[in-house]
Design a protein around this ligand. Structure first.
Ligand code: MN
Length: 304
């Protein structure tokens, strides 16, 4: 059996400030390319390790296009929820839950899903516990999880909860662990388990200029992973290196707004405080406003 492995698609209808192209259509092109690869490589299923969508609410036309794509072009798709797929950490009434309702994706969890050929798939969505597999036969168990796997500390003093090389301590009994959340590509092929963190499909910020998006193809009979690069345009053609969002001027404007919000003490409702602070701050640059509003929406809190 062959499985195509991906993560952090972050499907959206919005173009990030740092991109100069039509981001949603570039993104759809990549998802189409993944479907084509799955077909060409004769993959039996596609696994997506969370952050399928960039935010829990998506416009109908975008959903319609992806529904068509999943129905017509994809083999069965298994996934877990990333934090970006949830609203207030809840799954109800989200775009990914909608795809699940339609039967276009299957969400993996504690109960093993038989993929055939003696293979079992378990899942851990964001913030969920990692299931302990029932049987520990070699080559039998796959974990799909949205958790921050790390290869070295992200910052000094950072506690590494899921170190890449110590997978047998946090996910024992699996021969393949596919992770999402960390947008960098990480892979570790240990003696009994391969950990693969595909990384993000898109380069949404200038600091991702070196990132080369990849997907994996897992051959279960030999327990081998092949990484395939997703075709992309050169960073200079799609990323705006002069982007205002990246400029020192913008960062200092943002910092002074954040400092002002800290002094803005009106009640316990954070969103209300934030909204009042935005309105009360005289001369707040429109770009700062836009970034604040988008961040709130992206976190699943709706419109501020
Ligand atoms: Mn993500």
């Amino acid at each position: 059996m062959k499985l195509l492995l991906a993560a952090d698609l972050h499907i959206t209808s919005k173009t990030p400030l740092s991109r100069v192209d039509d981001y949603p259509s570039t993104q759809m092109g990549k998802v189409r390319w993944i479907a084509g690869l799955a077909k060409e490589a004769a993959c039996d299923a596609v696994l997506v390790a969370g952050d399928f969508f960039d935010s829990p609410v998506q416009p109908y036309p975008l959903l319609a296009e992806y529904i068509y794509l999943l129905t017509e072009q994809f083999p069965p798709v298994y996934c877990v929820f990333g934090q970006h797929d949830t609203a207030f950490r809840r799954r109800q009434n989200t775009a990914l839950a909608f795809l699940e309702e339609l039967g276009l994706v299957t969400v993996a969890g504690r109960k093993p899903i038989s993929l055939g050929e003696g293979l079992y798939l378990y899942g851990a969505s964001y913030d969920e516990e990692i299931p302990v597999p029932r049987k520990r036969n070699w080559g039998a168990n796959i974990l799909l999880a949205h958790l921050l796997v790390t290869d070295g500390k992200l910052w000094p003093g950072c506690e590494e909860l899921f170190p890449l090389r110590k997978v047998s301590s946090w996910a024992p009994g699996y021969s393949l662990v596919v992770c999402g959340d960390n947008h960098e590509t990480l892979v570790h092929e240990g003696r009994s388990c391969t950990v693969f963190n595909p990384g993000s499909l898109m380069r949404s910020r200038v600091d991702q200029r070196e990132h080369v998006p990849v997907v994996g193809i897992w051959q279960s009979s030999s327990c081998t992973l092949e990484m395939v690069e997703v075709p992309v345009l050169p960073a200079q053609e799609v990323l705006d290196f002069e982007s205002k969002e990246e400029s020192q001027e913008f960062l200092s404007l943002m910092e002074s707004f954040v400092a002002a919000v800290k002094d803005y003490d009106v009640g316990v409702d954070f969103l209300r405080n934030l909204s009042l602070a935005v309105k009360a701050t005289k001369g707040l640059p429109p770009l700062v406003k836009r970034v604040v509003y988008e961040a709130v929406e992206r976190c699943g809190y709706g419109k501020l």
